[in-house]
Write a protein that binds this ligand. Structure first.
Ligand code: PLP
Length: 391
């Protein structure tokens, strides 16, 4: 036994249930996993080929980039953000290239949080946000969503969550884990509260390109010019471009924040991997024709998983997800807790899901299923669920 001490902060944090279930699932041969939100898609060919070419032709490809990213990529991000929001930002003052949204958020939390400070997160919300906040010595404050209202935001309730320790709130739309697309009205009201209470809104955006027939309902709060000093918008290439392993994203931040975020970059990762930034240039420089195909496939899988859920109302009841690629059903079968149910499902039926309690207290008695996997896996998982829970 060694006496090396682990910090209280880290000792008190558990690995997320998403990864925990993925690890357990990997140990069970033939498990049908709906646990990890990792799309089955390959990074599009034009991105891979552009990287191949640059590997050969660019003598600097193996070197550090500037801490805020390659100028060529930041210039493309400016155009991309303008197309998405109608807001023209400055590549030097506002754009920061990150090693994915997790790293971008981590840098922001470092900048925002003193020990004991609070960050408001939706409940259910993305489990890794809670851990990141704790890593920085902060406290995630859960803001419950109402399932009976289709998992929409309860904006009237937001005021009661804000204290003099509140620094920011995090919003993901379409949501992980519920698939909810928050309405323009709800989001604008949040923005107004952030302005009034001097808070930062952090928009973590992995899924805005996966909205299916609900495209018109998606609203990007970063398009509100009045929020320029109170909003950080984080986009990741992970899902839209099937680039989760490249670890690449960008964030648009007010100028005063960029200076501070640069300090965290400098002290931690120096820069996002340059080769991934080259992939990002290829991604943004080309018409994203692959996206229609991604979305069509995911739409088919969404229909499939909803049809299969409809056939087991004695096991699950659910709100139809509007976007992203998750569904968050409540458990109707006998169970003690979401965790106990998920473990039993893995051991008895070889089906992996994520216990909803990982996404906050409101997620108890629910599970999250990711339907970005191959159709056969969804079919196999539900064949086994039907066998395991006869009517
Ligand atoms: C809400 C949310 N934020 C961030 C991430 C991770 O993003 P990245 O790969 O850019 O770190 C995910 C991945 O599932 C996610 O669902």
């Amino acid at each position: 036994m060694t006496d090396i001490r682990i910090s209280k902060n880290i000792s008190n944090i558990a690995i997320s249930a998403i990864k925990e279930m993925a690890i357990r699932s990997a140990r069970i041969e033939g498990a049908a996993s709906l646990a990890w939100g990792l799309p089955s898609f390959r990074t599009p060919g034009h991105i891979r080929r552009a990287v191949e070419r640059r590997l050969e032709s660019d003598p600097d490809i193996g070197k550090y980039a500037l801490p805020d990213g390659l100028p060529e990529l930041r210039a493309l991000v400016v155009n991309e953000h303008f197309a998405a929001t109608g807001i023209r930002v400055d590549p030097d003052r506002n754009v920061m290239i990150t090693a994915g949204n997790m790293q971008g958020l981590n840098a922001l939390f470092h900048v925002l949080i003193d020990p004991g400070d609070e960050i408001i997160v939706t409940d259910p919300g993305f489990a890794s946000h809670f851990q990141q906040i704790r890593l920085c010595g902060g406290r995630p404050v859960h803001w419950p969503m109402d399932e009976s209202m289709g998992w929409s935001l309860n904006v009237d309730d937001l005021h009661s969550r804000i204290t003099d320790r509140t620094r920011a709130l995090v919003v993901v739309s379409p949501s992980n884990p519920t698939g909810k697309i928050f309405s323009e009205d709800e989001l604008r009201r949040i923005g107004a509260i952030a302005l009034e209470r001097n808070l930062l809104v952090l928009i973590d955006d992995p899924y805005s390109h996966f909205t299916y027939e609900n495209r018109d309902r998606y609203f990007n709060l970063a398009s509100v010019a009045a929020l320029a000093d109170n909003l950080a918008y984080l986009f990741t290439f992970s899902k839209t471009y099937a680039m989760s392993g490249w670890r690449l994203g960008y964030m648009i931040v007010p100028g005063f924040l960029k200076r501070e975020v640069m300090k965290v970059h400098d002290a931690t990762i120096i820069c996002a991997p340059r080769i991934s930034q080259v992939a990002g240039i290829a991604a943004l420089d080309t018409e994203p024709t692959h996206l229609k195909q991604f979305e069509d496939i995911l739409a088919r899988r969404r229909r499939l998983i909803c049809a299969r859920l409809d056939a087991v109302p004695h096991v699950f009841e659910y709100v139809k997800p509007e976007g992203a690629y998750y569904v968050f059903p409540g458990i109707r079968a006998d169970h003690d807790s979401a965790f106990e149910f998920s473990l039993r499902l893995l051991e008895d039926a070889k089906v992996t899901v994520t216990p909803g309690s990982a996404f906050g207290p409101t997620g108890e008695h629910h599970v999250r299923m990711a339907y970005c996997v191959e159709d056969e896996i969804i079919e196999r998982a539900f064949d086994r669920i039907e066998q395991n829970f006869p009517r």
